[in-house]
Design a protein around this ligand. Sequence first.
Ligand SMILES: [Zn+2]
Length: 82
Amino acid sequence: MSCLDNRLKVLGSSGKLYTCYSSCHFCTCPAFGFTVLQKSESLLCKHILAVYLSQAMGACQELTVSEEQLTNILLAEEEEEA
Ligand SMILES: [Zn+2]
């Protein structure tokens, strides 16, 4: 598996541009490093989620999701795995 596959740029809410590697589940943002890698509190950051959502919809369209919607999606995923 190559980490160079499926590399997408995701524009974060702070205006920073992050690089997400959906094929190996990695993102360059601080949230991924802290909540996912260090604390294992989350399985993915919102940028990777956005990449997965765009792929699931069959297109790399610009996807606008509010923070509230993202929270609901993340919580729903955690409940499924519990
Ligand atoms: Zn990220």
